[in-house]
Design a protein around this ligand. Structure first.
Ligand code: PMP
Length: 355
């Protein structure tokens, strides 16, 4: 508490980021990073930086990157916005579109930053409960609101909506922005990007942090009709007109152009996800059907927080979230096959030694 703080600061409960431990010999399955490096083309582009790359200011419009991102999905750069990680893109979107007075709707179990941004920007919100089997029921998102945010696939559940359900959501709220957060979409869900031209109220947010293995570069982006993109640009320009530094712009542009690398890397993660889910089920865990690079799992008669602690003692970190609906579950990032095997044998060991 401080007498210098504004009333807002007193009220804020900031997001607690996933732990980034200093030890390097841990198996780190807690923050959904890729276990593989990024496209070598991205590394090459960053290494090619010369004197001028850093001496000069970056392109404030990041036009090369926006053009490359749009071209991939048949859209011009005027349909694309970029920011410092999708967290920043989300922050700008919350300010640009959701301050209408009514509550913003998002699921009760979802990415915890949504609530944090509502606190930061003083936006009322309503948590819409997932069904008992942890699904988003789109019919629950009707009625007056300032907008809707749904992560698809949802995090931490990994469960995805299909495009028909996303359409329903867009049609339930034609006068409000429906933001689909597709941070994990490349791992098997259907992207709503194909609906952009049809729905002026659709904003799709994606990131380079997961499937493209560039979490350290901090690049996120959004697709929407030019009217929505202009709203985001107005907010961005009022903050800081350089959304991305020069290294991020060249690295991300090179990464977008390496489709083959993306496909191979996603395939590896998806194959390991199947092995991991089956291995957990054999050990008696329930596993939700994941379309992401993590699985959400619980053991019918083990305490999840204790399991997380016991794994940590074996140098493996996974994510346990407190909260009524999440306390029984563990979110485990899909690592390499070797890491998944080490995790499964540690769990086998823990379950045996405790029984
Ligand atoms: N959305 C969701 C659903 C996420 O899980 C994350 C990663 N924690 C993000 C957005 C933000 O990712 P980044 O800022 O690295 O793009």
């Amino acid at each position: 508490m401080s007498r210098f703080w504004s009333p807002l600061v007193h009220k804020l409960t900031p997001y607690v980021p996933g732990e980034q431990p200093k030890m390097t010999d841990l198996i780190k399955l807690n923050t959904n990073e890729s276990p593989y490096g990024p496209s070598p083309r991205a590394l090459e582009a960053i290494r090619a930086a010369d004197n001028d790359t850093l001496r000069l200011y970056p392109d404030p419009e990041a036009l090369a990157l926006r053009t490359a991102l749009g071209a991939r999905v048949g859209l011009g750069p005027e349909y694309v916005f970029v920011g410092n990680g999708s967290d920043e893109v989300l922050a700008h979107a919350f300010q640009a579109f959701f301050a209408h007075g009514e509550p913003l709707l998002f699921p009760d179990v979802t990415y915890s930053f949504y609530k944090v941004y509502c606190g930061l920007y003083s936006l009322p919100f309503r948590n819409v409960p997932l069904t008992d089997d942890m699904q988003v029921n789109v019919a629950d998102y009707a009625g007056p609101c300032s907008g809707v945010v749904v992560a698809n696939p949802n995090a931490p559940t990994g469960i995805a909506l299909d495009l028909a359900e996303v359409r329903k959501l867009l049609e339930l709220q034609p006068n409000r922005v429906v933001l689909i957060d597709e941070a994990y979409v490349d791992f098997g869900a259907e992207s709503a990007v194909s609906l952009i031209k049809e729905y002026p109220n659709l904003l799709v947010v994606q990131t380079f942090s997961k499937s493209r293995a560039l979490a350290g570069l901090r690049v996120g982006f959004a697709f929407g009709q030019p009217e929505l993109i202009e709203g985001l640009v107005r907010i961005k320009d009022s903050f800081n007109s350089y959304p991305l530094d020069r290294l991020a712009q060249v690295g991300a542009t090179a990464a977008v152009e390496d489709e083959a690398w993306l496909a191979t890397s996603v395939q590896k993660v998806v194959a390991s996800r199947t092995v991991l889910a089956e291995g957990l089920q054999k050990l008696g865990f329930d596993v939700l059907p994941s379309k992401a690079n993590f699985v959400y799992t619980r053991h019918p008669n083990r305490n999840a927080a204790e399991l997380a602690t016991q794994l940590r003692e074996r140098a493996i970190i996974v994510r346990h979230l407190r909260g009524e609906r999440t306390a029984a579950w563990l979110r485990i990032t899909v690592g390499t096959d070797q890491q998944c095997e080490t995790l499964l044998s540690a769990l086998r060991d823990i379950l045996c030694s405790n029984s």
